[in-house]
Design a protein around this ligand. Structure first.
Ligand SMILES: [Zn+2]
Length: 455
């Protein structure tokens, strides 16, 4: 183990140079203009895999962007760990808000700035370099290891499900490890054991064939914007509960142990409020902020539009009004079931004077890990050593639908060990990655593979 840790320390600067090269490739998966860059990035990841000493690595074409798969299976009798990550990145606009160009990585104040630095290139690189340290430092790995690094995470992992199902045998593992989440805060190593799911809709209302003069028709026709606000007002009640009948039927309730664990986390609601800049926090009555963020479902109108919003005044009754609605789900809610409940409810409460329709946009399942599996204990021990600090179990309010998919298809524990920080601007301008967490991430991963060899 000493040789492994020493190798990582001695090669730290080389690791950083390579991470910069990885960030320099603009692998924006949502942009057809960058298709070749995404491809180039996949091949670069493959080259890194071969360079660190994996037995094999290959770029697999899909109907969309390629998947990179590599493996090192030299430890018979030992557990097999599948590490999932993604090499694609989010778009970079608005470009003028970046202090340095997104694809020209630079280190300032212990932070690596650049698109993908934390989400997820930097975190994938942590594992690649921890594996390299084992293989180059000792010539062997304590576990069997498989890397599955995809190029479509930022566009919904469209082709991953089919890839998983088609290649179940190749991907079979005892544990899945994912580093694509955040720590609770700096200095607090965290394992994420729950993610919310998503159901997203657009509501469209029509009140007349075309816009009407508000003088000639006002008072005789229902205004669709008024109708829409009536609908929106009935989506939640005064206690912050979602008013859709049957909505909470499948929600797993918090048990006292969960609530105690959450209450003990170093999280200050007042600091959180100040950071957001809200006059007062809001949430479902009877639950703390963290409980509401991580363990309870929620509904939000993300946008609402219709009618005249230009300069000056225009006396008009608009023909249409629209809203986008996102619902965050928790275990064991199912986006399809929730969608049916939502559609029924909206059509029931819509005023009779308007035509209403609901479009189902994207959805994703929630995830909740069973932390009693020994892989979690092993991860706690490794992180504690790597960060020299106590480890906490957290959840995330956001959604990574793929986690639930891999959980279902491979049917093994999924451990989310994230090395990011909540304020590192993932998906926003000036994305950065804390270099201390990068270093401690490598160290923790070195320990983690060793710990996982004994589960
Ligand atoms: Zn990510």
């Amino acid at each position: 183990m000493e040789a492994v840790v020493r190798y990582a320390a001695e090669n730290h600067d080389r690791f950083l140079e390579e991470l910069k090269d990885l960030i320099r490739i603009p692998s924006i998966s949502s942009s057809t203009e960058h298709k070749d860059d995404v491809d180039r990035c996949a091949h670069f990841v493959k080259e890194i895999m071969l360079g660190i000493g994996l037995e094999s690595a290959e770029v697999w074409q899909t109907d969309g962007h390629p998947i990179v798969y590599g493996e090192c299976l030299g430890a018979p009798e030992k557990p097999t760990v599948l590490i999932y990550g993604h090499y694609d990145v989010q778009p970079v606009d608005p470009l003028d808000l970046w202090e340095t160009p997104p694809f020209e990585p630079s280190i300032r104040n212990g932070r690596m700035y650049g698109r993908g630095s934390v989400d997820d290139k930097g975190q994938v690189h942590i594992h690649l370099k921890a594996v390299q340290s084992w293989l180059k430092g000792t010539g062997t790995l304590p576990i069997n290891l498989k890397f599955l690094i995809e190029g479509e995470e930022e566009v919904g992992s469209k082709n991953l499900n089919a890839f998983l199902i088609d290649n179940q045998k190749m991907l079979a593992a005892d544990v899945v490890l994912i580093s694509d989440t955040s720590m609770l805060q700096k200095g607090v190593p965290s394992i994420c054991c729950g993610l919310r799911g998503l159901a997203y809709f657009q509501i469209d209302l029509r009140g007349s064939k075309q816009d009407l003069h508000s003088g000639s028709f006002g008072g005789a026709v229902k205004n669709p914007i008024h109708a829409l606000t009536e609908i929106v007002n009935q989506l939640k009640d005064e206690k912050g509960r979602i008013a859709i009948p049957g909505f909470y039927d499948d929600v797993v309730d918090l048990v006292p142990g969960d609530r105690e664990a959450l209450a003990q986390l170093p999280f200050d609601e007042e600091d959180y409020r100040k950071e957001i800049g809200a006059a007062k926090l809001y949430g479902e009555e009877g639950f703390s902020v963290l409980e509401n963020l991580w363990c309870r479902p929620t509904l939000d109108v993300c946008g609402i539009w219709g009618g005249f919003t230009g300069e000056g005044s225009k006396t008009v009754i608009p023909a249409e009004a629209h809203a986008k609605v996102s619902i965050r789900l928790v275990s064991h809610q199912d986006p399809e079931t929730v969608a049916a409940l939502f559609e029924d409810y909206v059509s029931k409460i819509a005023p009779p004077e308007v035509e209403v329709s609901v479009q189902r946009m994207h959805g994703g399942l929630p995830f909740l890990a069973d932390t009693s599996h020994p892989a979690f204990e092993a991860s706690v021990r490794a992180l504690k050593k790597g960060f020299d600090s106590d480890v906490v179990f957290i959840r995330e309010g956001g959604s990574i639908p793929f986690v639930q998919t891999i959980d279902e298809v491979l049917n093994v524990p999924v451990v989310l060990v994230g090395f990011g920080l909540p304020d590192e601007n993932a998906h926003a301008p000036n994305e950065w990655f804390d270099m201390e967490n990068y270093e401690k991430g490598i160290l923790s991963s070195i320990y983690l593979y060793d710990e996982l060899s004994r589960i």
